[in-house]
Design a protein around this ligand. Structure first.
Ligand SMILES: Cc1cc2nc3c(=O)[nH]c(=O)nc-3n(C[C@H](O)[C@H](O)[C@H](O)COP(=O)(O)OP(=O)(O)OC[C@H]3O[C@@H](n4cnc5c(N)ncnc54)[C@H](O)[C@@H]3O)c2cc1C
Length: 442
């Protein structure tokens, strides 16, 4: 926890402005708000601000989020904590709420994304009460894990492992809050709030991944019971269902990475197996937050390391054998059925397999006119279709594909220069390409 703005405590409720971590249970930001409220004998309120549009999110992602928030509201009601859904921009709506309800202190969760940092900065300027930030998403708070942008997993890993034992503790239970808020509250009108959205409504929700905290727990149980055993062998095979599928739930905060890590450690699987999974869940994921937090250009080629910028510049004018427009890529109309199948997996399932995300990103780089344009298209498609899009993991994964972020220089070649290349034959040696193509192109 850190104090991001000082102020004088008022006599009203303590408010948790929920943003990234959309869960009632096992949420350090909410638990901190409750602790503070008990010290000052205040009620607790949770507020969520539904913005009319957010970084290209479509109906698919808003639906997933709102269904999850309905569950949050229900659980909070059982804990005597009212939930308010505000519509509009938080930099305006949160200060208005604080003033109207004479809020004593404001707590929010952490995100490394620019837009969230900006909202918080503006909220802090418009209120005069204490304003706290709690990193309820990372196991080791982002600002504690490292004070600077890390070069790669090799430099970040020892820092995380050193601090992990201090933070990887069990959660206390969220108590039924003993102090009742006496103010007035209208019933949340979810339907009316959805009408305020100015989003692309043409991308439908997906059937295979249903939202919510309870569903996230179920997916975790299924992963531990049926998949983790095969994670080392099968996780890079997109024809097998060996990944956890937890990323959409982690992205929306419907489950905490800390809970997942605790359950994995409790399991009886071999240490090499659990370590492999925890490397992805903790080191790689928290490294993405580190990248976006310390590098505000995370979604532009300005964020690439200097060796990658130099080598890509040198190869700017290299001839591209294939050149595609955004539309051709979006509709999966390239010469390569494997790539088209990956684009269709993203469009239809709302979650592209992890191994195929690398191939998908690398080929966009190879088949477009410049790294700038490649990055723009990849972010656009990722954030439009992926349920876990607009995440530090996405910006970092794309910057890894196109600009060698967290990677090293490889043998020089056309277009990519020294940035790592991936080809069709590499996929062929890993899995049955035909099975994958048939699954997604039919
Ligand atoms: C081009 C590209 C785009 C990507 N876009 C996204 C995105 O928008 N959102 C997103 O969450 N991830 C993204 N990733 C990272 C990774 O592919 C996904 O996190 C993973 O495939 C999610 O599936 P899972 O939860 O079933 O993963 P599992 O293999 O079961 O892993 C469990 C968790 O570990 C973390 N993790 C796994 N792989 C990585 C990784 N390479 N980097 C960071 N964390 C990781 C995730 O939180 C994941 O949920 C992207 C990677 C690339 C190369």
């Amino acid at each position: 926890m850190r104090l991001i703005a000082k102020g004088n405590m008022k006599r009203g409720p303590m408010v948790y402005w929920m943003s990234r971590d959309q869960r009632a249970k096992e949420n350090w930001a909410l638990l901190f708000t409750q602790d503070l409220a008990q010290i000052y004998h205040s009620p607790v309120i949770v507020v969520f601000c539904l913005v009319p549009q957010f970084l290209g999110a479509t109906f698919r992602q808003y639906h997933f989020m709102v269904e999850g928030l309905k569950e949050v509201e229900k659980t909070l009601a059982e804990k005597n904590i009212p939930f308010f859904l505000l519509t509009g921009l938080p930099n305006k709506k949160i200060p208005e709420f604080v003033k109207k309800h004479k809020v004593s202190a404001l707590v929010t969760d952490f995100s490394p994304l620019r837009i969230k940092k900006e909202w918080k900065r503006e909220v802090a300027q418009r209120i005069d009460i204490p304003f706290y930030e709690v990193d309820a998403h990372n196991i080791v708070p982002c600002w504690t894990a490292s004070p600077k942008q890390e070069y790669g997993a090799y430099s970040f890993r020892p820092k995380i492992h050193r601090t992990l034992p201090e933070f990887l503790e069990n959660y206390p239970r969220l108590k039924r809050h003993p102090i009742t808020w006496k103010g007035e509250k209208e019933k949340t009108d979810w339907g009316k709030s959805m009408l305020t959205l100015k989003i692309d409504q043409t991308v439908p929700p997906v059937d295979c991944l249903k939202p919510g905290e309870k569903r996230a727990q179920k997916i975790l149980r299924d992963f531990l019971r049926n998949k983790l055993l095969f994670y080392d062998k099968d996780r890079n095979d997109p024809t097998k269902d060996a990944q956890s599928n937890l990323s959409p739930y982690i992205h929306f905060g419907q489950i905490s990475a800390q809970r997942i890590a605790l359950e994995v450690l409790k399991s009886s699987f071999a240490r090499e197996l659990t370590d492999l999974f925890l490397e992805e869940l903790i080191v790689r994921r928290e490294l993405s937050d580190n990248f976006c937090y310390y590098n505000p250009d995370y979604d532009s080629i300005k964020a690439f390391p200097s060796w990658a910028k130099e080598t890509l510049d040198k190869h700017r004018r290299d001839r591209r054998e294939y050149l595609y427009t955004q539309d051709q890529l979006e509709y999966g109309h390239t010469h390569d059925p494997l790539w088209n199948a990956s684009q269709m997996e993203m469009v239809k399932r709302g979650k592209l397999h992890g191994y195929m995300r690398m191939y998908w990103g690398k080929k966009i780089m190879e088949w477009t006119e410049s790294p700038e344009y490649a990055m723009k298209i990849a972010i656009y498609l990722n954030d439009k279709y992926e349920l876990d899009g607009r995440d530090p993991n996405g910006y970092t994964g794309i910057a890894w594909c196109m600009g060698g972020v967290h990677d090293r220089a490889w043998k020089e070649r056309d277009i990519f220069g020294k940035v790592r290349y991936m080809n069709y034959n590499g996929c062929k040696s890993k899995f049955n390409i035909k099975t994958y193509i048939e699954k997604w192109l039919n």
